[in-house]
Design a protein around this ligand. Structure first.
Ligand code: SF4
Length: 705
């Protein structure tokens, strides 16, 4: 990497999991305190940035954010400004009162996949040591938990991509399942273009002809909720056409026979009936995927393939396809998950997940508990056990069985959770809600205490991108007066809860402890330092610390080349069969709704809706529908359309496009209010990952009156 010029700071975008490198330079203050420059030396994006990254300084401006704590006034019932001591006292008292009244598990903690590794780590420790609660989970559960569970089952280890992005151009054929990369992380499209320029093929699986699908050599357009059947049908064809890599299967896998038998029950015509994908296109896909030289080829899934009540099985079926064809555990080949949130990867490694301790350790493993307890200086028997998953935690708030107080950091579930009106009501039922955020989000509006946080460009911290590359965000400026970092907030709360030690506010100090806590775990960061990250453009985990006199571990760019991380070193086929979505269309709700993102907004939109350039580019929600469906309804472009599911109704303008199936409507989920897509979505959970079924539910549509 190069050294930034004097006054400039090299850092990373605050948004998605690509974590593009960028250079920040101070301005005179208007319209924002820094401006973004390209940083061509960072290998992931080589200077390219999307509009979200370019406009990110806007949210640093004081007028766009909170600059003083808020507390709910006992007399007026309204939020009013408060001093930090008053706000922290109120927050700590509210959390402690719930624990005293109902027990420590009556205090919940809800984190976020955008928090730095240091924050995710300290939040998990705060829950288990300062609050002694098992009730912690985070919004990453809504993001990639199905892919993570399927990868752990198949490979014994979950790292979003087990290879760097730079391998994509050499893959020969890439199958993108439920990923609209051109809108969600545009700089990554160049890897797909380089693949095609090298003669490789791109297959996109998506119910919509997105901008990414438009780039593809082959677009398969299954009905939402039928990806599992499609993957089984493709494996059926692989078997039937004699394309199984018998040598690889025998040498490096287990469980093939059961997977083969399940696939053979999904003959192509049956799969065409289930998915709507013609047999001829399935055959073409198999021909492209199995026609690469040297058994290269990748399947990359994102939320479209994962956010289902059968998401783990769906990903397992795609992994089966890779294993059966020998496209795993070798260069430029394998399965990977395109994580979404900025620290969706690191956020799940350091202990803010209900079932995990730092280093990807299981919270039920006695050896793991002993190791982490020793680092934390507590008795392992005093560490809580596993808690509830994110939706289950939210679903039970304010009930006798759930938390009655909640500390929420870096998440906006009023917009982003499924069955969002129900979640909103549960949040309202709390005795005490404490929200740490940079803006007054829709969730913060419900809080008893709002603690204004510093932002990405105002504090140091590490993030782990979708490749497993640990990168360093550097502070380019100080937070404005009235704002504190999340680490300072946790420090202040822990002090008030009677735990004055063990919650440092300095990011590097937290990282040093994280390194020790992760040592020996699957996500081993013990050999990674701030200095190495800065010098090496990031370091890939696992990276164990070296012993005295030994050379530094180089980090692990590519996993599984020699063996998989299972006890016997073999990858495991998943034994999976098609099953319907939790909610299928019927006479009352005859259409499928699927949800997703648009180019100019990010997640719940809390930051991007407040960014003028992005708000102008994508000002509000819409309902995308096929012209044939629109004609049946008597709807034209821009007409108000009401979408109704079993959980509620929303209204937004119609957007007609032949790019979507005629039996499906699409809504982006970035907005609150009467166009909030998640009012409609189904919280049916995957039995393993506890991922809600965001990507398909049954709806009817009506012309708004
Ligand atoms: Fe930021 Fe993602 Fe856009 Fe890169 S692709 S600039 S990380 S939002």
């Amino acid at each position: 990497m190069t050294t930034p010029p004097s006054g400039a700071t090299d850092t990373h975008c605050p948004y998605c999991s690509l974590q593009c490198g960028m250079r920040l330079r101070p301005t005179s203050g208007e319209p924002a305190p820094v401006e973004v420059e390209e940083r061509p030396d960072f290998p992931v994006n080589r200077g390219a940035l999307c509009g979200k990254g370019r406009s990110a300084p806007a949210i640093l401006a004081a007028h766009a954010r909170l600059t003083a704590p808020l507390v709910r006034d006992a007399h007026t019932g309204q939020l009013r400004e408060a001093s930090w001591p008053e706000a922290l006292d109120r927050a700590a008292d509210g959390l402690a009162a719930a624990a005293r009244r109902y027990g420590s598990d009556a205090v919940g903690v809800f984190g976020g996949g955008g928090l730095t590794n240091e924050k995710a780590y300290l939040l998990g420790k705060f829950a288990r040591v300062a609050l002694r609660t098992a009730a912690i989970d985070y919004n990453g559960r809504f993001c990639m938990s199905s892919a993570a569970a399927a990868q752990r089952a198949a490979f014994g280890l979950d790292r979003g991509l087990p290879f760097p992005l730079e391998d994509i151009p050499r893959a020969g054929c890439v199958v993108l399942v439920g990923s609209n990369l051109a809108d969600t992380m545009p700089p990554a499209v160049r890897y797909l273009r380089e693949l095609q320029e090298a003669g490789g093929k791109l297959i996109v699986v998506d119910p919509r002809r997105t901008r990414t699908a438009a780039l593809a050599d082959l677009h398969l357009q299954p009905a939402p909720g039928t990806d599992l059947a499609l993957a089984l049908g493709l494996l059926h064809l692989v078997v039937a056409e004699g394309l199984v890599d018998e040598e690889f299967v025998a040498a490096r896998t287990t469980g093939y026979e059961a997977a083969r038998a399940a696939a053979m029950a999904h003959w192509p015509e049956r799969v065409e009936h289930l998915t709507g994908v013609p047999v001829a296109l399935m055959r073409r896909a198999v021909g492209l995927f199995c026609g690469t030289p040297d058994r290269t080829g990748m399947v990359l899934t994102a939320r479209g393939g994962e956010q289902h009540s059968k998401g783990v099985d769906t990903v397992g079926a795609w992994i089966n396809l890779c294993l059966a064809t020998g496209r795993a555990g070798r260069p430029a080949a394998g399965y990977g998950c395109l994580t979404g949130q900025g620290n969706g990867q690191g956020g799940r490694e350091h202990g803010q997940k209900a079932d995990q301790l730092p280093g990807y350790r299981s919270i039920t493993d006695p050896a793991a508990r002993a190791h982490v307890a020793a680092v934390w200086g507590v008795d392992p028997d005093e560490l809580p056990g596993p808690g509830r998953s994110a939706y289950e935690l939210l679903d039970t708030l304010g009930t006798p069985d759930g938390a009655s107080a909640l500390l929420l950091m870096g998440s906006n579930p009023v917009v982003s959770a499924p069955h969002a009106q129900h979640v909103t009501e549960r949040l309202r039922a709390l005795d005490c809600l404490v929200v740490c955020d940079v803006v007054l989000s829709e969730t913060a509006e419900l809080a008893d205490v709002v603690l204004p946080s510093a932002q990405w460009a105002e504090e140091d911290g590490t993030m782990t991108n979708l490749e497993g590359r640990v990168i360093l965000r550097r502070a380019a400026l100080a937070p404005p007066p009235g704002v504190r970092t999340d680490l300072e907030i946790l420090h202040g709360l822990a002090e008030r809860l009677g735990v004055p030690e063990g919650f440092p506010a300095e990011p590097q100090e937290v990282f040093e402890e994280l390194r020790a806590a992760s040592a020996g775990g699957q996500a081993d960061y013990s050999g990674i330092t701030y200095e190495r990250i800065a010098a090496e453009d990031g370091v890939f985990w696992p990276c164990p610390a070296s012993g005295p006199g030994e050379p530094e571990h180089p980090g692990t760019r590519r996993l599984f080349l020699d063996r998989f991380a299972t006890p016997d070193g073999r990858a495991r086929f998943a034994d999976v069969s098609h099953r319907p979505a939790a909610e299928e269309p019927d006479a009352d709700y005859p259409l499928r709704l699927t949800t997703g993102r648009v180019l100019a907004q990010y997640q719940s939109g809390a930051q991007t809706r407040r960014t003028p350039a992005l708000a102008e580019a994508a000002p509000g929600p819409f309902v995308e529908l096929h012209p044939r469906l629109a004609a049946r309804l008597g709807v034209t472009d821009g007409d108000g359309l009401t979408v109704v599911s079993r959980r509620g109704r929303v209204t937004a303008p119609a957007r007609l496009t032949a790019a979507i199936r005629a039996d499906t409507v699409f809504m982006p989920f970035h907005w609150p209010g009467e166009g909030r897509a998640n009012t409609l979505t189904n919280p049916a959970l995957d039995p393993v990952s506890r991922m809600p079924e965001f990507k398909v539910c049954a709806v009817r549509v009506e012309k708004a009156s």
